[in-house]
Design a protein around this ligand. Structure first.
Ligand SMILES: NC(=O)C1=CN([C@@H]2O[C@H](COP(=O)(O)OP(=O)(O)OC[C@H]3O[C@@H](n4cnc5c(N)ncnc54)[C@H](OP(=O)(O)O)[C@@H]3O)[C@@H](O)[C@H]2O)C=CC1
Ligand SMILES: O=C(O)C1=N[C@H](C(=O)O)C[C@H](O)C1
Length: 257
C-alpha cells in the first residue's frame, strides 16, 4: 500500500493505547482516523478521543483500514467482531483471552485478516527462537520461566510467558507446568516452573532458565519502554492492511522484512 494506512485505536487512553497514538503521529505510513476509549478523555497525543458507548457503533462515522487494539480480552473480542462485521482488519495486542475469546477471533478471521501477538517486540521474537533452539539442544534439562511486570497488569502469567511455554512444549512434548512452588517436595523431572511477579512500574521482563548439573543457561528479555511494542504493532498494522482474511502473527510480519 503506498497511501497511509488508516488506523483506529481502541483503548486509546490506556498505557499501550497512548504509546500507539504517540508513535503513530511520528510515522508517515499510518494515519489515525479514529481513537476510542471506554472512559471519556478529550485527547491523547493530540488526537481527539471518542468515547465508546456501543461497540456496534464504533465504525458508524469513520471507516479505518485496520483497528489496533490493546484493551482487555472481553472488549477486544467485541471489537474484533465489530471489525468482522465492518470488513476492517485487526491487530490485537491484548492478552489474557479465554477459549471463547479466541474462538471469536478465529471466527472473525473467516471474513477479515486478524493479526494477534502477545508481544510486538522484535527482541521477544528473537528470545522465542533462542528458547526453542536451547530446549531442543538440552533434552532433560530443568526449565523455569519467570515473568515480571508492573503492578497494574491483570493477566498472569503474561501472554508472552504463555507463548514461550507453548514453544517449549512444542519442542519437548512431555512438560507439565507448575505455577509457583510451595510445599516440601523436590522438583520432578519434566516439569516447567512458571513464576509471575508484579512490582512497581516494570515494563516487562521474561527469563527462561535451562539448567543441568553444573551449568545454567539464562535467556532474558527486558523491555525498557512500551515504544518497542507500539512500533511493532504499527509495523503489523501496515503489513496486515489489504491482506486476505485469516489469522496471522508477528512472525509473519518479521519473516517479510
Ligand atoms: N502485545 C503486546 O506487545 C503488548 C500487550 N499488552 C497487553 O495490552 C493490554 C492492555 O495493556 P495496558 O495498555 O497496559 O492496559 P491499561 O489498563 O493501561 O489500558 C487498558 C485500556 O483498555 C480499556 N479497556 C479495558 N477493559 C475494557 C472494556 N471491558 N471495555 C472497553 N475498554 C476497556 C481501558 O479503558 P478505560 O480507560 O475505560 O479503563 C484502557 O483504555 C493487556 O492485555 C496487555 O497484556 C501490553 C503491552 C504490550
Ligand atoms: O501488560 C503488559 O504490560 C504486557 N503484556 C504483554 C504480555 O502479557 O505478555 C507483553 C508485555 O510483556 C507487556
Amino acid at each position: 500500500m503506498s497511501e497511509r494506512v488508516r488506523l483506529a485505536v481502541t483503548g486509546a487512553a490506556g498505557r499501550m493505547g497512548r504509546e500507539v497514538l504517540s508513535a503513530a503521529t511520528d510515522r508517515d505510513d499510518v494515519e489515525v482516523v479514529l481513537a476510542a476509549n471506554r472512559t471519556p478523555v478529550e485527547e491523547v497525543a493530540g488526537v481527539p478521543v471518542r468515547p465508546v458507548a456501543e461497540i456496534d457503533d464504533l465504525f458508524e462515522e469513520t471507516m479505518p483500514d485496520v483497528l489496533v487494539d490493546f484493551t482487555g480480552p472481553e472488549s477486544s473480542a467485541d471489537y474484533v467482531s465489530a471489525c468482522a462485521d465492518a470488513g476492517v482488519a485487526a491487530v490485537v495486542g491484548t492478552t489474557g483471552f479465554g477459549d471463547d475469546g479466541l474462538a471469536t477471533l478465529d471466527s472473525a478471521a473467516d471474513s477479515v485478516p486478524i493479526l494477534k501477538a502477545a508481544n510486538f517486540s522484535r527482541g521477544v521474537a528473537a528470545l522465542r527462537r533462542a528458547v526453542r533452539e536451547a530446549v531442543a539442544a538440552l533434552p532433560g534439562y530443568d526449565i523455569e520461566v519467570t515473568e515480571t511486570h508492573h503492578n497494574g497488569k491483570r493477566d498472569a502469567p503474561s501472554g508472552t510467558a504463555n507463548a514461550v511455554l507453548e514453544d517449549i512444549e512444542t519442542v519437548r512434548g512431555d512438560a507439565e507446568r507448575v505455577h509457583g512452588r510451595v510445599g516440601d517436595q523436590p522438583r520432578e523431572d519434566g516439569e516447567i516452573g512458571v513464576h509471575a511477579r508484579r512490582a512497581g512500574d516494570v515494563t516487562g521482563e521474561h527469563e527462561v532458565l535451562v539448567a543441568g548439573n553444573h551449568e545454567l543457561l539464562s535467556l532474558t528479555h527486558r523491555a525498557g519502554a512500551r515504544g518497542v511494542f507500539a512500533a511493532g504493532a504499527l509495523d503489523a498494522a501496515v503489513w496486515v492492511a489489504g491482506r486476505d482474511a485469516g489469522r496471522y502473527d508477528f512472525d509473519d510480519v518479521l519473516d517479510e522484512r
